[in-house]
Write a protein that binds this ligand. Sequence first.
Ligand SMILES: *Cc1c(COP(=O)(O)O)cnc(C)c1O
Length: 425
Amino acid sequence: MPKYNINTICVQGGYEPKNGEPRVVPIVQSTTFKYESSQQMGDLFDLKDSGYFYTRLANPTNDAVARKICQLEGGVAAILTSSGQAANFYAILNIASAGDHIIASSAIYGGTYNLLANTMKNMGIEATFVDPDISAEELESKFKPNTKLVFGETIANPSLKILDIEKFAETAHKNGVPLIVDNTFPTPIFCRPFEWGVDIVTHSTTKYMNGSANAVGGAVVDSGNFDWEKYSEKFPGLTTPDATYHGIVYTKSFGKGAYITKMTTNLMRDLGAIPSPQNSFYLGVGLETLHLRMERHYSNALTLAKHLQNHPKVSWVSFPGLENDSQYALAQKYLPNGTCGVISFGVVGGREAAVKFMDSLKLAAIVTHVADARTCVLHPASTTHRQMNDNELAAAGVSPDLIRMSVGIEDVRDLIADIDQALYR
Ligand SMILES: *Cc1c(COP(=O)(O)O)cnc(C)c1O
């Protein structure tokens, strides 16, 4: 396929129907696929031949949408998962196991923090959390012989801290491990992390990618750039025979597709967090307008952030698109065309005033969601981050009065009017 610009990939990427085939990616809502001989089926199981046989391992609808996301990120292989949580879990578990160590930015999504700090810890994978502003030297000192990867978020949810990707990528590579980045908030429209040295990208497609809040989902994309064989002793799962697959060596048999193939043959086979084809279809439809929506999300958010910045009832505003924002310089470097539609701010009067403000909104709804077409608000300290104590909240960049507003694609004049009436209640 010729190389198209990203806006064209949004609309047409991932699926090229042949003569007489459906113009739109079909929903192949079937668990299984029929074959004429057991030999044919056996070859598929042995990975000797490629073809569909069971939707947990591969499905044409899921594959078409995964290919589109792969092209959008500029990767070599991608897989869809049933949620963003599953995507991050798989991305890590694919190359780390009990006894291993990982390094993660402390400014990450609350669910991911719990996954790394608790569930994966209980599985024997230890995480060291670092401030994203850490110096390269200090970051260097956190590596151990059993460190297998570094993890961060391009734009952290909800603190809106921007990862200095080059600093993290260079330090990870110097220590022979890949950098995995969750690119949910900017989407590939505003940042393509592989261009800055990231090796693996994850997504909660539940957010902007789907865009309409009608299906939870996730994705993992591999750049194909990390040289697993060079650090073979760290990644034996990819570079030595897999006894559960007739002794296949993923890097030998699948080259740049090794990481995603292992994720399918091991993690999907054993854990099974696959999306339903119906949900992938919704995601595919959403992706067709991603480029248009992201532009509007960003311009609406910037207009609102500027309005709130000068508002007497607002104590502080954080939005990486504002020139006086602490993240502005990093945003200019990594996200010059826009960041995302999420802003955070504090209402004069603290926690109580924040709750009153939220309850007075008419257009912006209180929902545990961000990054869809409808404007919504959330108070992280009492919802998504409620498991954290004050120190952990501070480390994640969340203050008790923080309101996270996910600015939708409505007419911004109506949003401003709604916010103003609520602030003056
Ligand atoms: C929402 C979110 C997740 C979790 O995704 P789900 O689809 O809700 O499982 C992970 N990372 C980030 C940055 C998110 O915003």
